[in-house]
Design a protein around this ligand. Structure first.
Ligand SMILES: Cc1cc2nc3c(=O)[nH]c(=O)nc-3n(C[C@H](O)[C@H](O)[C@H](O)COP(=O)(O)OP(=O)(O)OC[C@H]3O[C@@H](n4cnc5c(N)ncnc54)[C@H](O)[C@@H]3O)c2cc1C
Length: 387
């Protein structure tokens, strides 16, 4: 793996992967996107198609059923899917980077053998249960508890806004829970693997969201959920730190998805500006429209270089926390800004739900909120600067 990734000279295997996912997004995802969005239905057939392509196993070694690729390959796939359908892209992002990755990074061999093959195959999904009604940006404020009793963890609490947690193929949710107190009196937070079939685990009815309508999001209730002591993931007391590491990586993936959304808006706008006529000529002949589109392309390009940079640092084992936050911040803002401009370029049609730009307009806002809000990214960047 190279120390540096350039938008102009990607190695062949990456370009081929991006092209394959691009074809899938255009030919398989695009035709059903508007319908799933309108009906708020989870796109099982699309997920099965992504599973057949091996996308859920992209960054994992073959011994766990993976494709032997890397995290940047996942990002390229997310960018291509994000151009067409953010719900589909976030389903893959959450399945891989939040669902399977914690087990790969922090699980013992037995846990990896038990869970990873089904998750990397895409036949099953795992979810990441960090956020709670009273603990979002301040995720350390978790109130869910897990107590050891007779060789089992007894988990009690509520999780909120959890992606992929209630589909027919969801088999596992990894939750953070308070397992005691540290020597200096702080909460000891650990991570527990909770199979969704466990008694006392409930995925409550799905949220009615502004966007990402085809993505699965639920509040979770855990009431006297009993799982074996061996379901502790990673070291006891390291749960919060481990989840933060997962979020650092996840921000690069969300940045890639956001770049896809930003670029999807450019592509739609270029096409429409040539085709739509007003005052006897294409609207793109007006410099006001031309400049708007040029600026949209600038945002997408700059955001892409930011996530390539963060990914290159991560893959070469160098610190990447600040660059991941920068990428997440600029890319999510690029997606939101481009969605607003694209909707403007489409005029009244841009306000009609069936148009992809209208979907991007509704979908993009969450990119500035999920996996760390814009304000949290600014806090992290300032902290890295020693401010
Ligand atoms: C569709 C969707 C899917 C999600 N999927 C998952 C998932 O799979 N797993 C999971 O665990 N979570 C998930 N989340 C939760 C998401 O990560 C949180 O919503 C997000 O981190 C913000 O937390 P919050 O909603 O509690 O907002 P809050 O933390 O209450 O923040 C409210 C506002 O205050 C600002 N703020 C907070 N603290 C500060 C500060 N110190 N300085 C300045 N501003 C501050 C925030 O930036 C924000 O603007 C999802 C959310 C959504 C909407």
């Amino acid at each position: 793996m190279t120390d540096y990734l350039s938008t102009g000279s990607l190695p062949d295997e990456y370009r081929q992967l991006a092209k394959t996912v691009q074809d899938f997004a255009r030919n398989v995802v695009a035709p059903v996107s508007a319908e799933h969005d309108a009906n708020h239905t989870f796109p099982y057939e699309v997920v099965a198609g992504m599973a057949d392509m091996g996308l859920f196993g992209l960054p994992f070694p073959e011994e766990y059923g993976g494709m032997g690729g890397d995290y940047f390959a996942l990002c390229l796939a997310l960018e291509e899917l994000g151009k067409i359908d953010q719900s589909v892209a976030i389903t893959l992002e959450a399945g891989v980077s939040l669902g399977a990755m914690p087990i790969y990074r922090f699980g013992n061999e037995e846990q990896k053998q038990e869970w990873l093959p089904q998750l990397t195959s895409g036949k099953a999904l795992a979810a990441f249960g960090l956020t709670e009604p009273g603990a979002g940006s301040d995720a350390g404020g978790t109130r869910t508890t897990a107590e050891l009793a007779d060789g089992e963890w007894v988990v009690n609490g509520n999780k909120q806004f959890i992606t992929n947690s209630g589909t027919d193929i969801t088999t596992l949710v990894t939750v953070t829970a308070v397992t005691g107190a540290t020597d200096n009196g702080k909460k000891e937070i650990s991570t527990i693997l909770v199979p969704t079939s466990t008694r006392g685990f409930t995925a409550e009815p799905a949220y009615d969201k502004v966007g990402w309508n085809a993505s699965d999001t639920h509040p979770l209730t855990l009431q006297d959920v009993r799982v074996p002591e061996a379901n502790l993931l990673g070291t006891r007391g390291r749960g919060y730190a481990n989840f933060l590491r997962i979020l650092d990586e996840g921000r690069i993936a969300i940045a890639a998805l956001s770049v896809g959304a930003a670029q999807g808006c450019v592509d739609e706008s270029v096409r429409y500006a040539k085709e739509r006529e007003a005052f006897g000529r294409p609207i793109g002949a007006n410099q006001a429209i031309e400049f708007k589109i040029a600026r949209m392309e600038v945002r997408a390009h700059v955001a892409r270089t930011a996530y390539y940079d963060a990914a290159a640092l991560m893959l070469s084992g160098k610190p990447f926390k600040k660059q991941a936050s920068i990428a997440k911040l600029v890319a999510s803002e690029a997606a939101m800004d481009n969605a607003r401009d694209a909707t403007q370029i489409f005029g009244g049609y841009g306000f009609m739900n069936e148009y992809p730009v209208a979907r991007h307009y509704r979908d993009s806002k969450i990119l500035e909120i999920g996996e760390g809000t814009t304000e949290v990214q600014l806090m992290l960047i300032a902290r890295e600067l020693g401010v």
